[in-house]
Design a protein around this ligand. Sequence first.
Ligand SMILES: [Zn+2]
Length: 166
Amino acid sequence: MVSHSPYETSKIRDILSQVMDPEIPVLSIIDLGVLREIRVENSQVHVVITPTYSGCPAMEMIAANIRMELMAGGYSNPEVVQQLDPAWTTDWMTESGKAKLKEYGIAPPPAAHHKSCTDLFAEESVQCPHCNSWHTGRISEFGSTACKSLYKCEDCLEPFDYFKCH
Ligand SMILES: [Zn+2]
């Protein structure tokens, strides 16, 4: 295998486009701009990601999913490195990511400047993961972790966690 082969990198990129953000399951880590770098050295894949918000357990899930997808794609022992500096901004979100966000019912971030996530996501719609109903209501600001809110579906009556921005 040739190191830094553009073919290899684009193959890995395709695999990583399957890794979705747990907060917003229609967005891949590429849509979000969380994926910063792919390196192949001596047949080992190194992936650099920048968390959207530091300290959120969603990032651990993303890192685990990256490793899982790469191993399923035949890459043994891939390494995922979190890079905190420079900090992620909504400017890194791709245009197609913003379009998907809008389709999903969430106002996309403004193009120019990183706005506070709290303002941005305050009025979002949350879809029931069980029956896909949009008739949901927030029961509690905090779910099973500080990163989640607890919602309940008004159609199937199932409660569910929602990963929120903070
Ligand atoms: Zn439901």
